[in-house]
Design a protein around this ligand. Structure first.
Ligand SMILES: *Cc1c(COP(=O)(O)O)cnc(C)c1O
Length: 334
């Protein structure tokens, strides 16, 4: 397989560290390792940095000068896109769901610092207004490029094939039974699925579903399989996938996207207080809550060696202060 043909631009620092979480392991009775993609380096890091290396590489190769993407007000994807666009001297337009809040905090504060244009999209939360914006920018004489929602197209997924190669090289001598991660727009999931195949990794891939599935015509499972098919075709691979190859666990959706409950609060506090590592309230806090639950219920056996993929997102902690439970664990207000 050869995909060197795809243009790529350097945006982060790789390989990201692979670390053992000794104290969390001891507390939970399993051997837990973490892949630190929160440390990709681009504006507080995260999994979108990898995807943007290929997607913006393509934008530059096509001579584009303006980037458009969409997301939630606290989108980590939009923050990393805005930072990358600043670095690459590209104009950046973000279409953010909802209304402009009184005060910009967390990721939104950072978006503003990177000097991008912010358009409030109301109920059109998943980029529905992109075509209209594209046309108006084109009419102004710009050459716009659309980065898909969450950076989840075949080029974005390709970056996570690389990530599995990177992991395989780092983890010789280790034998992870499972790789657990937060899955939302699916690009990370697809790249990990293909990478697992192409680099013969034995772990079971456990995607923790973060976002409620609201599209009956094309549920997430179907979207992920379709993107896996497209990505395989794009790189000239004959790998095929069926629903048996896909594990997208819906057990931890709780109150829905971005609503921080007791399980997320416990996971965030445990990881902070035992390891000094920040999870985020929306994605990794929920995925870690899933891992903790699977250990406690015995679905993951004691002593199993598991890998948690930290996909980033901590800047949104600063926008969620009122949802964080500061009475958890060792925290004492004295
Ligand atoms: C975007 C994101 C994810 C999900 O990745 P997808 O490729 O969209 O499924 C997980 N964690 C964090 C912190 C993210 O920002």
């Amino acid at each position: 397989m050869d995909y060197q043909q795809f243009a790529k631009v350097d945006l982060g620092f790789f390989p990201t560290p692979l670390v053992k979480l000794s104290r969390l392991s001891q507390a939970l009775g399993c051997e837990i390792w973490m892949k630190r993609d929160d440390m990709t380096g681009l504006a507080f890091g995260g999994n979108k940095t990898r995807k943007l290396e290929y997607i913006l590489g393509d934008a530059l190769a096509k001579g584009c000068d303006t980037i458009i993407t969409a997301g939630a007000a606290q989108s980590n994807h939009c923050r990393q896109t805005a930072a990358a666009a600043a670095q690459l001297n590209l104009e950046c337009h973000l279409l953010l769901g909802g209304e402009q809040p009184e005060k910009a905090q967390g990721n939104l504060l950072l978006d503003n610092l990177f000097g991008c244009y912010i358009h409030w999209a109301g109920d059109n939360r998943k980029g529905e207004d992109i075509p209209a914006l594209y046309q108006s920018l084109q009419a102004e004489g710009k050459t716009p490029y659309i980065v898909p929602y969450g950076g989840s197209n075949a080029l974005g997924a390709l970056a996570f094939i690389d990530a599995v190669k990177e992991l395989a090289e780092q983890s010789r001598g280790l034998a992870f039974s499972r790789l657990i991660f937060a899955s939302s727009s699916g690009g990370t999931h697809v790249g990990l699925m293909l990478g697992k195949r192409l680099f013969n990794q034995a772990f079971e891939l456990v995607g923790i579903n973060i976002d409620k599935d609201e599209n009956p015509d094309m549920p997430f499972d179907g979207q992920i399989l379709e993107l896996a098919r497209k990505t395989a075709v794009m790189i000239g691979s004959s790998e095929t996938f069926s629903s048996q190859d896909l594990l997208l666990n819906p057990d931890y959706l709780a109150e829905g996207y971005g609503i921080v409950g007791a399980a997320e609060n416990e996971a965030i506090a445990l990881t902070a207080q035992l390891e000094g590592i920040l999870l985020d309230p929306v994605y990794t806090g929920r995925a870690m809550a899933g891992l903790i639950d699977m250990i406690r219920t015995g679905e993951i056996r004691q002593g199993e060696q598991v890998l948690f993929w930290h996909t980033g997102g901590a800047p949104s902690l600063f926008a969620c202060a009122d949802q964080l439970d500061l009475t958890q664990g060792k925290n004492k207000q004295v």
